[in-house]
Design a binder for this molecule. Structure first.
Ligand SMILES: Cc1cc2nc3c(=O)[nH]c(=O)nc-3n(C[C@H](O)[C@H](O)[C@H](O)COP(=O)(O)O)c2cc1C
Length: 187
């Protein structure tokens, strides 16, 4: 079974998760802008990663553009964002608003906690963050939005790695799985 990872972020959190996944699953990583229909058609499954800015996936337009082709294969989508894993309702809104309707049922979506280090952000992204905080009425959430955090941990990929391994086993293939290593990941 042939799989590929196609991901895009801005400040390295998505890339870090993509690198860990590529290492654990022995999958090649492709650059979204360079993926054509032929490359997608040649794969059996696709692992797609994207971060979220102001409610929108960096790869939102790419997903829409390739929805037809992706519909024909198994897709795993990992979304990297600041919304913590326990805020299920907010995460569901991100999913509903970004995954093309034709992919909603067959695309397994995993949310991975991201990071914000303000001094690394562009002027524009810092500004957007401050606007977002200004519009936030809840004082606790407002304060949180303006604080740096780093939720990027290798163990966050475990459920996604298990999901992909299970899929490969079910398809009865000889994909390289590194035994049970994904179950022993440490941060
Ligand atoms: C301007 C800005 C807007 C953001 N908007 C959202 C958002 O709407 N929802 C969310 O959960 N996280 C949001 N985030 C957090 C990012 O998704 C998070 O920092 C992620 O780790 C970025 O990953 P990357 O470095 O791969 O791009 C935002 C971050 C910035 C700087």
């Amino acid at each position: 079974m042939k799989g590929v990872i196609i991901s895009q972020g801005k400040y390295g959190a998505t890339q870090q998760y993509s690198n860990w996944l590529a290492e654990e699953l022995q999958l090649p990583q492709l650059v979204p802008g360079k993926v054509d229909a032929a490359a997608l058609t040649a794969t059996d499954y696709v692992v797609i990663g994207s971060s979220v800015y102001v409610g929108k996936l960096v790869l939102s337009n790419w997903l829409k553009k390739h929805a037809d082709l992706l519909q024909a294969k198994k897709a795993f989508l990992f979304i990297v964002c600041a919304t913590p894993p326990y805020e299920a309702e907010k995460l569901e809104v991100i999913r509903q608003q970004n995954v093309p309707p034709e992919l909603l049922n067959q695309c397994a979506v995993h949310f991975l906690h991201g990071r914000i280090i303000k001094k690394q952000l562009s002027w524009k992204d810092n500004f957007m963050l401050r606007i977002g905080a200004m519009l936030q009425k809840d004082p606790v959430a407002k304060k949180k939005m303006l604080q740096d955090f780093d939720g990027v941990r290798k163990e966050n990929i475990i459920p996604l790695v298990k999901d992909i391994m299970l899929y490969n086993q079910e398809e009865n293939t000889s994909v390289y799985t590194k035994g049970d290593r994904a179950f022993e990941l440490v941060s």
